[in-house]
Design a protein around this ligand. Sequence first.
Ligand SMILES: Cc1cc2nc3c(=O)[nH]c(=O)nc-3n(C[C@H](O)[C@H](O)[C@H](O)COP(=O)(O)O)c2cc1C
Length: 263
Amino acid sequence: MPTSPRHAAAGNLPSSETIRVLAQRVSVRDYAERSVDDHYVQAVLKSAFRAPTSSNIQSYSVIVVREAETLAALGEVTAGQRHVREAPVFIGFCADLTRIEAAMAARGHCLEDNNLEVGLVASIDAALVGMSAYLAAESLGLKGVLIGAVRNNAVETARILGLPKGVYCVFGMVLGWPGEVPAQKPRMAYDDMVHYERYGRHADEAGVDERVAAYDAVLAAHYEAAGKPTTPDSWSHDMDKKFNPQLRDNLRAELAALGFDFR
Ligand SMILES: Cc1cc2nc3c(=O)[nH]c(=O)nc-3n(C[C@H](O)[C@H](O)[C@H](O)COP(=O)(O)O)c2cc1C
């Protein structure tokens, strides 16, 4: 039977400034009383716009929000998240089909009832730019957190941000100079996530239930050490609670109203 490669000890792996930035990354929701000047935002976004983009469609737009009234409204739509309401700066990463539509309209065509592929690709583009911006921000010493809760009500978020039809906010990002930085959340085991040549080369070893149970125990210990409420089946419990009943069950209709057909 072919043997699977096993990962080397971290000390034996090549490293770089980017890898070191990623290795110490953690979501931070508490910020110092120091503004994030616009030249930082520009540096972060201009570098992020070098992210790859499917067929060069560049189907994203970014909304930079600083006004208290807008932040308060975003705080509400995101179920009262304090770090959104009091964000030093909030950046909305949007999928944007308007430029493609303009190019097509000028040639007598339209994106009406766009198919799943274009919505998906535009969302992936926005996510790649968002993560690139996040990494660039981290490399400058800024900290932050992504905000998917803007999709609690995609239509209301679009209203708050003044998005036209053909644009929706995939996720937001809060950035600030760090206040309290929490301990890093443990990840699932590397060997549980990485497969060589074919999925499931660990057939001779623990099954998915045992692997998940092992991670439950690791995450429960992490939360206990951090003084946060948890259960012995920490991750499994959270996943079940999050996705049953269905999360954001209005989303398909809301995205359709915004011009994204995810049927
Ligand atoms: C797409 C996306 C949406 C997220 N939405 C929220 C959010 O609305 N509020 C929040 O506080 N954290 C949010 N997070 C942060 C995750 O909770 C966090 O990344 C995860 O728990 C792992 O913790 P870590 O980033 O500290 O490693 C989001 C992360 C991602 C990738």
